[in-house]
Design a protein around this ligand. Structure first.
Ligand code: PMP
Length: 292
């Protein structure tokens, strides 16, 4: 829980090409994006004053907006430069950058035609997703009754705000039951992901991860798959049944915010933080601090 509300802080936010005082970075209550859930967003980590994979995140913001049928009036390079300047002005060393885009207020019918897209970029010091103990020893997941949507019913390739309703419901439900996070299945009942991170199982020493056909193919997921290849660890991307959690030796999650996060339990099952997870977590920690 953060001490300061996010709308009442000192600092500067980039809004539609201008740097504005933090408290003045506002949108109108009659914004299309607010009423119909058309916002798209990103989360980028800052390590030692440098953003990790900033350009990839800027490109994903642009493609998320395109998936929702609008285009942003900035290039990926411009968004990257703006984010760098926000980080510099805020003096962020280890932190988080949140770009967000939405349709404006020209009209408030369901049709999005004619609405002007807006973009904002804010950054703040890194607050950690889980407690330091949980991050080290592993977090506990509870399988949710909520599932990732059918790609025919939702823009599943976009990092779209509307897809997070299910994540918030699932996360709140898991926390109320004493767990750290929720594990969501896909439409057909296969394993999918957590509420803000992708899923990996270690089975017979190899990495198994669900095919991202109804959820985000995370930038961290792709990074960890490449690191595993470098380390000579076999990676299998496939449909995975929930029952296969019974024979997993290790389980972990990946995400910009979660990094490589060990899982110590799923429902009644327990796991230790094993060798493969530790090796990949260490490789990821080295990479984020060596690359920009
Ligand atoms: N799935 C969901 C639902 C997420 O919110 C995230 C975090 N963006 C991820 C997966 C992982 O994506 P990334 O590694 O690009 O942060």
């Amino acid at each position: 829980m953060t001490a300061l509300p996010f709308d009442d802080r000192d600092g500067t936010i980039w809004l539609d090409g201008r740097f504005v005082p933090w408290r003045e970075a506002r949108l109108h209550v009659l914004s299309h994006g607010l009423h119909y859930g058309g916002a798209v967003f990103e989360g980028v980590r800052v390590y030692g004053g440098r953003m990790f994979k900033s350009l990839e995140h800027a490109e994903r913001l642009l493609s998320s907006a395109r998936e929702l049928n609008y285009s942003l009036p900035h290039s990926a390079d411009e968004l990257d430069a703006a984010a760098r300047e926000v980080v510099r002005r805020e003096g962020i060393v280890d932190g988080y950058v949140r770009p967000v885009a939405w349709r404006g207020s020209e009209q408030i019918s369901v049709s999005g035609a004619g609405s002007t897209p807006h973009v904002a970029i804010a950054a703040w010091d890194w607050p950690h997703v889980f407690s330091a103990d949980a991050a080290r020893a592993g977090i506990r997941l509870r399988t949710s009754k909520w599932r990732r949507p059918d790609p025919a019913t939702a823009p599943v390739r976009a990092k779209a705000a509307s897809l997070y309703n299910i994540c918030t419901l699932a996360r709140d439900e898991a926390e109320a039951a004493g767990y750290d996070d929720a594990l969501l299945l896909d439409l057909r009942g296969g394993l999918a992901e957590a509420t803000g991170a992708n899923l990996f199982l270690v089975i017979d020493g190899a990495l198994h991860t669900p095919t991202p056909d109804s959820f985000l193919d995370g930038i961290t997921r792709q990074t960890v798959i490449a690191l595993a290849a470098d380390l000579g660890i076999e990676v299998v991307e496939r449909r995975i049944e929930p029952g296969e959690l019974d024979r997993a030796e290790e389980v972990f999650l990946t995400g910009t915010a979660y990094e490589v996060q060990p899982v110590s339990g799923v429902d009644e099952r327990t796991y230790r933080v094993g060798k493969v997870t530790a090796e990949l977590a260490a490789a990821y920690a080295r990479l984020v601090r060596s690359a920009s």
